[in-house]
Structures are given as C-alpha cells and as structure tokens.
Design a protein around this ligand. Sequence first.
Ligand code: GLA
Length: 382
Amino acid sequence: MDLQSRVSSEFTQRHGSPPTAIVRAPGRVNLIGEHTDYNDGFVLPMAIDRAIWIALRPRPDRLVAVHSLDFDETAEFDLDRLEKQAGWIEYLKGVAWALQDAGHTLAGFEAVVAGDVPIGAGLSSSAAWELAAARAFAVVSGFAWNAAQMALLGQRAENKWVGMNCGIMDQMISAAGLADHALLIDCRSLATQSVPLPPGVVVVVLDTATRRGLVDSAYNERRSQCEAVAKFFGVKALRDVTLDQLNGKRDQLNRTAYRRALHVISENDRTRQAAEVMKRGDAIELGQLMQLSHMSLRDDFEVSSRELNIIVECAEHQTGCYGARMTGAGFGGCAVALVRLDAAAAFSAGVAAEYEDATGLKPNIYICTATNGAEVVPGANE
Ligand code: GLA
C-alpha cells in the first residue's frame, strides 16, 4: 500500500470517517550549490519522490492530535500552550509557534502521518515535516499558501524551535519544488527559476550509510568562517564578493578563510552555470560542474568524509555516470549522481558492489524523480 492510502485508511479506522484532506511535502536532493544558501548565494535542488504525508480533519477546539505510523505513537499539543519538548511532534509544534508568531490564527486538527524520507541521511526529512505541517495548518485554518513565506516560517521553526541553524534551501525546495524540474533559488531574494532535468538522465541518490554527529558544530563553524570573510570585505554576505576581489586580498586572509571563501564564491558561479547548461539539456557539462563542486567541498570547504569520497569515486567509475558529488551539509549522509537513464540499473549495482568492497558498508541507492513541493493532494477526500 502506498503512503497516501496508508495514512488515509488508518485515519478512517481511528476516527470513523475519512480525512477531509491529505497533504504531502517532499524531501530534497541538491544537484549543486552547497553551503551557499547561508551566504545569500545560489542553490539548485530538486524535490524528490520521498515525502511526509498527513491525513487530517479539523477539530473544533485548539488541540493538534497526531498519530505517527512510523513511530507507532500518538502525540498532541494545545495551540494555546506551546512548550518545547523532544520528539517528532516538535516539528509540528515549532511550525505552529512560527505561524502564530507571524500573526496567523490557527485551528486544531487530528491527523495520521507517515513518511519515507530517511531520517538523518541529508535528504531534509525535517524540512519535509515542517512544510507538511505548514500545509496542514493552511488547510484547516483557511489561509492562503505562499511558498516563500511558508519556507521562511519553516526555517524559523528549525532555527528557533528545533535549534538547527540551517539556511533556506531545504524549506524553500520542499515548499516550491516542481515536478521534472530542479529549482535555481536565489537565497537572497528567494526568486526561483525552474530548470528541466536534461533528457535521458536520472538523478541517483547514494546514501553512504554513515551519519556524523559532528554536523551541527562543523556547520556553525563554517557559517562563522564565511561571515568573518564577508565582514572583512565590508559586505553583507560572501555573495557580494567576486573571485577577483578575493584573490586581490589573498595575502591578507589566513589560508583557511581564503579556502572557505573560494569554495562559496566559485560554487555560486558553478551553480548559475549549471542552470544554464541544464536549459540546453547538456548533461555532460552539468556532470563536470558537479565533479568540480565535489572537489571544492572536499579540498577547500572540507565538509566531505572518507565514505563520501569513496562513493563519489565508485560512481565516477561506472559507465553512464556524468558526474557525482556529496550533497547536503556533508560529513556523512548522501552523494548525488547524474546517470544515463538506460545505464541506471547497472550503475546502481556497480556502485553498491564497489562501495561495499571498499568500506564494508551497504549503501542505500535511490533513483529519484523530481516532484512538486508541498501540496494538498488533489481529490484525496473524494
Ligand atoms: C543543510 C542545511 C542547508 C544548507 C546545506 C548545505 O542541508 O539545512 O540550509 O546549508 O546543509 O548546502
């Protein structure tokens, strides 16, 4: 049974009648533009066919009561008494807090939720939770959906309620994704441009099966290193510094600061170029830009890991692979590869065998399609 049917039938069983609406919000994979979002730069992610699904119906009171099929657990909270606790319900609570704080009047609801975005793998299960929650509140409370606004509120929930200091990329693509397209997002203006995936290629996510606890502290450290260089140049963010300006001041920056900034500035250029080559349907160029991005993240930004480097090399050995790179925050989690459609099955088998040989770990490999962002599932309540 697919997730939509599962949340729907479980809802009916628990509450005696079908849900009045079903919403879903996807996870994401970033094709290129890594560690650029919090530098006001450019990213090029796509929403993937793995999502959080919520079947729901409004309640007349102020309670939000949700049963999670994945955790086999029911949790609830009162919209008038939001308190930070622990667990999966915090994503919904954090979004309720951010929405109310922004002036929205919310209604309570009861719901059944299930998802298939792997947790902690770097495919943004938390953004999927946040945007599914925002969609759910919009449906029951009757306010209009504005993707960028909802993404910002989802990010606020993540930053202030959950406590992870992320940029805007994950929430923005989960809110605004478009089927069969990646989205070039300007993380300063939040303007988006949809770009079609090149014909005859698939995007393959390669999960190294490693998770690093280090991510949060290293992520915050990278952010401050970037902010320090922006400050040195007297600009708002590294987005405002060109490669020539950076190189002109190279001798006044320490080696680490220079390399961090070099990654961000060159990655912004690669990301805009990637959108251009995608518009021409040029998978070869796109693959090369992804390879360069990986090298820059590995050598200059230093957020890759042994396993990520190995899986990227395994990918590049296979026939039909245009390019591969680590994706997301790094230090563990997933890489992404661009692969010829007719070679995808052999590619996946080849990477799995080579990677397991080299590391002893079994990777999870997903061939992904690009989906729409958060939405009310059409016709679900009919
Ligand atoms: C994580 C964050 C994003 C972004 C990426 C790195 O996924 O949540 O905001 O910074 O890392 O590109």
